[in-house]
Design a protein around this ligand. Structure first.
Ligand code: KG4
Ligand code: ZN
Length: 331
């Protein structure tokens, strides 16, 4: 089954052709990063206008790269939640129109679940496992028993992890996009230069929850208080110390989830899994099997949408033309 996957929830306009939920025939990603750079963040109005201009040529390029014609497509999967509503509506409306004109099924899928499914494109992974979704909008630790069977164990109680990277970078004018730049700067920094605080969420219902607003505030406002003697207050040292603390918060919660559930498989997805310190840290957790996507599949892409969409389409779980775009989802 050939599935066309359409992703337009934020600032990437991406379309992929994936065979049987596994074989990527094309995965074209048109990024708007340079156009949002002057504003130090994604401007929703600009994002949706660019999606409107780009979606058709990106679909055409994706089909051409895959070497298939549009009538060979068996179904369409499209992100319809969560995200910027104006941007989501562009991909969703395009998918509806194309599915209707070709008389093929389409399905609206959850972007968060798709991120978590991305490693399945590259590895054979058995269920159940501990899932970690860590992106610009979400930080969720879950128990995953099937592609559509996700039990949330913990989440952030305030900022998402990627959001903290972006906000710290914005405050210090490190550049945009924040996560990638902090990762790069950290290569030349010393992670021990600052002792930034980790959240203290041990009690009650917060066993697997994380928090990033305290860390963000400490990095931004209370620099002097946590500066370790003998180290320089260089931007690189700030970046490296922040990065280590932000990722260590995740790793600590993951270890706890592994210990308490007895599940030793851990699957991670979302933009922050591109982080080089994260990739080293998760790979070195003792006694677990860790999976995370290759760099191109960490951040937003159409292939992960097509891959998870295939499973819904296969079991006849399709959407109709009344399906809408949603800024948020319950989980
Ligand atoms: O998954 P994604 O592309 O979009 C959302 O669904 O949010 O994730 C984007 C987030 C941004 O916050 C970005 O700063 C972060 O992922 N990110 C990184 C890195 N690459 C992207 N954070 C840390 N290190 C990176 N190398
Ligand atoms: Zn995403």
């Amino acid at each position: 089954m050939l599935v066309l996957g359409i992703e337009s929830s934020c600032d990437e306009c991406s379309v992929a052709v994936v065979e049987d939920g596994k074989r990527i025939l094309s995965n074209v990603i048109a990024t708007q990063i340079d156009l949002h750079k002057p504003f130090n963040g994604v401007v929703p109005e600009i994002a949706s206008r660019l999606h409107t201009e780009w979606i058709y040529p990106v679909v055409e390029e994706s089909l051409a790269e895959a070497g298939v014609s549009v009538d060979q497509i068996d179904g369409i999967a499209v992100t319809n939640r969560p995200g910027l509503v104006g941007s989501l509506l562009v991909g969703l409306s395009f998918a509806k129109g194309l599915a209707w004109s070709l008389n093929i099924p389409f399905v609206g899928v959850d972007h968060i679940r798709a991120h978590l499914y991305a490693p399945h494109l590259e590895y054979e992974i058995e269920y159940p496992y501990i899932g970690l979704l860590v992106s610009g909008g979400h930080t969720i630790i879950s128990k995953v028993s099937g592609f559509d069977d996700v039990e949330v164990l913990g989440t952030t109680i305030d900022d998402a992890c990627g959001e903290a990277f972006d906000k710290v970078a914005k405050f210090y004018n490190f550049g945009y996009p924040g996560g990638v730049i902090i990762d790069k700067m950290s290569e030349k920094g010393d992670p021990k230069a600052f002792s930034f605080p980790k959240p203290n969420l041990h009690k009650g219902d917060h066993t697997y929850d994380v928090s990033y607003s305290g860390l963000k505030t400490a990095v931004i406002n209370q620099l002097d208080q946590f500066h370790n003697e003998g180290y320089e207050k260089s931007p690189e040292n700030i970046a490296a110390s922040f990065q280590k603390t932000a990722i260590d918060i995740l790793i600590k919660r993951l270890k706890k989830a592994v210990k308490n559930t007895g599940l030793t498989r851990v699957v991670a997805g979302g933009g922050v899994t591109a982080n080089s310190y994260f990739r080293k840290a998760i790979s070195s957790i003792y006694g677990i099997e860790a999976y995370y996507p290759s760099l191109k599949l960490c951040t937003d892409n159409g292939a992960m949408i097509a891959a998870i969409g295939y499973h819904y389409l296969k079991k006849g779980d399709v959407s109709d033309l009344t399906v809408n775009a949603m800024a948020r989802v319950a989980s």
